[in-house]
Design a protein around this ligand. Structure first.
Ligand SMILES: [Zn+2]
Length: 230
């Protein structure tokens, strides 16, 4: 063990580092807290004079299709201009499997290859008629109609009240994990709030990283050139 590192970390930190280092299959459940560090708002924030949450209510969106499509395009444009945070980068570099509640695509942009987006992605569009999925260009003038069939294209996100995506795969990843990190989420939403208990019942260690998430991730996982052996 590197003496300098050992003396500057608490016992808890050293234990978390050891768990993260030993894990062959590290899984991270992530939420808005991680993307706040990139400058993105939470759903409680206002966007163009509305609570952001309203943009993801299917009923509201259907009643104001043109207005909402304009808002979505503005949102995509704004969100595509932010960069992954250090936390995203650390998880990507570590090769952790990611189960995220975020819809911003920042894990993939940071380099994570295995990402489950439980709530879909604002960076893709889906035709409501033929279900064709395309990459969102984010341009405000981008057509709101499907090129294939002329149907309405909509962000490929899970609207409030709809079922999350890839739930069985997420459960499989947790069941086969050696350690589970919970990063930037208070786990208020179902079914994510059940994941840590599933892990604990299977004797899989769960490490919660909410306060100072980027700093803690740096301590537990380390970043290139700053690793300590524990
Ligand atoms: Zn279509």
């Amino acid at each position: 063990m590197h003496q300098e590192c050992a003396s500057s970390f608490s016992e808890h930190t050293l234990r978390c580092r050891a768990i993260c280092k030993a894990a062959r299959h590290l899984v991270a459940i992530t939420g808005a807290g991680l993307s706040v560090a990139s400058g993105l708002p939470t759903v409680e924030a206002q966007w163009s004079g509305r609570p952001l949450r309203e943009l993801f209510r299917a009923g509201d969106a259907q009643r104001h299709v043109t207005e909402f499509q304009t808002l979505y395009r503005k949102l995509m444009t704004a969100w595509q201009s932010v960069q992954p945070s250090i936390g995203h980068m650390i998880l990507a570099e570590r090769g952790a499997r990611i189960i995220t509640q975020n819809i911003d695509g920042l894990h993939q942009r940071a380099g994570s290859r295995e990402v489950i987006e439980l709530h879909g992605s604002l960076m893709r569009l889906r035709c409501r008629s033929c279900k064709t999925v395309t990459t969102a260009g984010g341009r405000e003038g981008q057509s709101a109609q499907c090129r294939a069939c002329g149907g309405q294209v909509w962000p490929d996100v899970v609207m409030e009240g709809e079922a999350v995506r890839s739930l069985s795969l997420a459960i499989n990843w947790i069941a086969t994990a050696d350690a589970l990190l919970v990063v930037g989420t208070s786990l208020e939403m179902d079914p994510v709030n059940r994941f840590p208990l599933m892990a604990l019942r299977a004797d899989i260690p769960v490490i919660v990283v909410n306060e100072d998430a980027e700093f803690r991730l740096g301590e537990y996982i380390g970043v290139r050139g700053n690793e300590c052996d524990v």
